[in-house]
Write a protein that binds this ligand. Structure first.
Ligand code: MG
Length: 201
């Protein structure tokens, strides 16, 4: 199982990062060990600027390579929410040196994932989601604001990498990313329903 994450998929988030809008999807990967399987997240020692990024996550249902965009919708049937934790200071340091920024994104527990999946019959319908930090809404998103749709993402990734049943795709984060500190609580809401709730320790 692999986790593929899309970067810069919302205009307002690209702006807040002072990053150019991509002409094709940008993706990177996290290993399976990035999944958070307990209720608590332990703040890593190697960063002092850890950011949350709440994202819609798709689960791939069947193997596919070079998937045509018009058939991409047959490769997934549900979605949920996850957090793409990012050590922003480590990432910036890597970017400044022109190095890959894997270590800022792919560390253990960097991908908390909800266990609640909702069926996705029609991905052209709006899927709204929110992240609350300590009870206050810090991110609000909608799949309709994505630069690249679910189907475009799947078509693009599968040109390079075979997708397999059980693979996860984090589809990018909307604007409002920010720091977490020890003691914070993060709560993700998908279509107004709480699907993930955990503490930073
Ligand atoms: Mg992200």
């Amino acid at each position: 199982m692999k986790i593929i994450c899309i970067g810069r998929n919302y205009v307002e988030h690209a702006k807040e990062m002072n990053a150019a809008l991509p002409s094709t999807p940008i993706f990177f990967m996290k290993p399976e060990t990035a999944l958070l399987r307990t209720r608590d997240f332990f703040y890593p020692k190697f960063t002092s600027n850890l950011h949350y990024e709440c994202e819609i996550v798709l689960k791939i249902d069947k193997v596919g390579k070079n998937i045509d965009e018009k058939f991409a919708h047959t490769y997934y049937s549900s979605c949920t929410l996850g957090i793409d934790f990012t050590a922003r200071d480590v990432q910036q340091n890597c970017k400044d040196k022109g190095l890959p920024w894997e270590i800022s994104k792919s560390f253990d527990q960097s991908a908390p994932l909800s266990k609640t999946w909702i069926p996705l019959k029609d991905s052209t319908k709006e899927i709204k989601f929110q992240l609350e930090k300590n009870g206050k809404v810090v991110q609000s998103g909608s799949n309709l604001d994505m630069i690249f749709s679910f189907d475009q993402i799947i078509a693009y990734i599968s040109k390079f990498i075979t997708l397999k049943k059980g693979d996860l795709i984090f589809t990018g984060t909307p604007a409002g990313v920010g720091k977490v500190e020890i003691g914070d609580n993060l709560k993700c809401l998908l279509m107004e329903k709480e699907v993930l709730n955990f503490n930073i320790r």
